[in-house]
Design a protein around this ligand. Structure first.
Ligand code: SF4
Ligand code: SF4
Length: 366
């Protein structure tokens, strides 16, 4: 662990604000306050424990001493990766990201195949052939996963409708590395960062619209000084609605509850744009969770948790989120992150509650 991280850990006063707000502490074998203590006193840490963290960032937000416990976890994972002490499923995801530039190991040449999805009426140029040099950064899960592919297609349709020019990188796009860094592979993250930054520069990219909050976080906060503004797509769409360039004319008469994704909300403070978009749709009755905005309960999909096959003997946070939505009488659960969609959809299907990424609702309401 580098000196800076260690000296931050040494500032801990064991107040418990981190573990008190952590979505994993106390319900799994993991406890972030105890882990910080062990690190401070240089005690051994059981190797499985750091993998329970979802990188939601709540502990770092709440800590009164600026210890940044979530960064300590990344450093701990880095040590485990260096020692080769990593769960097989995480190791596989890291190898895939190294070879195919996506953690699922799908073929890199097929990264832009979502554009050709049957029945979809979207034509998207390469960013180098656009005047605006505005890049739509698709994200691995949305480029390859059949459930999530609809997100870039929808956002492309919405931008087309609003007359906003944009392009993509196709197979030249590599994984943003957000989860790779959080799985402790700082070296691979650096490689991905350098590769993407070089491609942005080669094609003269002037603006990046990220489709996933995870990509937005990496590109905006962890790529150093790219000199390129980065936004989540909901921020651009909300601006288009305010300008009157985009309107939703088909009534959507539903009670919709909105789940804040951690990487969009508490880590990047984008709370209003998704809500403004939902409120711009006629007929939508926007509902809120008891824990919303910066107190939003993490769905447990981020920080590599999607690749960590833990034995789970407790109700998942996604189940709690779905149950609260049902209890409140919501007819639809909306979110704006592909990882949240994937984790919430399983328990929601059991309860017959539809889960939609925001762009799905917006396209239906055009
Ligand atoms: S919130 Fe900060 S100071 Fe308090 S126990 Fe956690 S790491 Fe230590
Ligand atoms: S980042 Fe989230 S899950 Fe990880 S230790 Fe902090 S609060 Fe817990």
């Amino acid at each position: 662990m580098d000196n800076r991280t260690q000296s931050q850990v040494n500032m801990c006063m064991q107040c418990g604000m981190c573990s008190g707000s952590c979505p994993e502490s106390g319900i799994t074998p993991f406890n972030i306050r105890k882990l910080v203590r062990k690190r401070h006193l240089k005690h051994d840490i059981e190797e499985a424990l750091p993998w329970y963290c979802t990188s939601c960032g709540e502990c770092t937000l709440r800590c009164p001493r600026d210890v940044k416990p979530s960064e300590m976890i990344i450093a701990l994972r880095g040590e485990l990766v260096e020692e080769g002490q990593i769960p097989l499923s995480i190791q596989k995801a890291l190898e895939n990201a190294f070879v195919q530039k996506n953690p699922w190991g799908r073929p890199r040449p097929k990264r832009a195949d979502w554009v050709k999805e049957e029945g979809q009426d979207v034509e998207i140029p390469h960013v180098k052939d656009t005047e605006s040099k505005r890049l739509l950064f698709s994200c691995c899960i949305q480029a390859y996963d059949p459930r999530c592919m609809v997100i870039p297609i929808n956002v492309a349709k919405l931008l087309n409708r609003g007359g906003v020019e944009f392009g993509i990188l196709g197979p030249e796009e590599a994984c943003c590395g957000n989860e790779i860094r959080r799985m402790g592979e700082e070296g691979l993250f650096e490689e991905l960062r350098e590769e993407n930054a070089a491609v942005f520069q080669k094609h003269g990219v002037k603006e990046i619209i990220a489709l996933s909050p995870h990509c937005m976080n990496a590109l905006k906060n962890e790529y150093g000084d790219l000199g390129i503004p980065v936004r989540h797509y909901t921020e651009l769409l909300a601006e288009m609605v305010q300008r009157g360039d985009l309107a939703f004319k088909t009534p959507y008469n539903k009670k919709v509850i909105y789940h804040d994704p951690c990487f969009l909300g508490k880590q990047n403070k984008v709370y209003d744009a998704p809500r403004e978009l939902l409120e711009a749709v006629e007929g939508v009755e926007l509902m809120e969770y008891a824990s919303a905005r910066e107190n939003s309960l993490c769905c447990e999909g981020g920080g590599g948790r999607m690749f960590f096959e833990a034995e789970i003997a407790y109700p998942r946070n996604s189940e709690k989120r779905v149950q609260e939505a049902v209890d409140k009488g919501a007819e639809l659960l909306a979110t704006s992150c592909p990882f949240c969609v994937m984790t919430l959809e399983d328990p929601a299907t059991e309860k017959e509650l539809p889960v939609k990424e925001l762009s799905e609702i917006l396209v239906e309401a055009l």
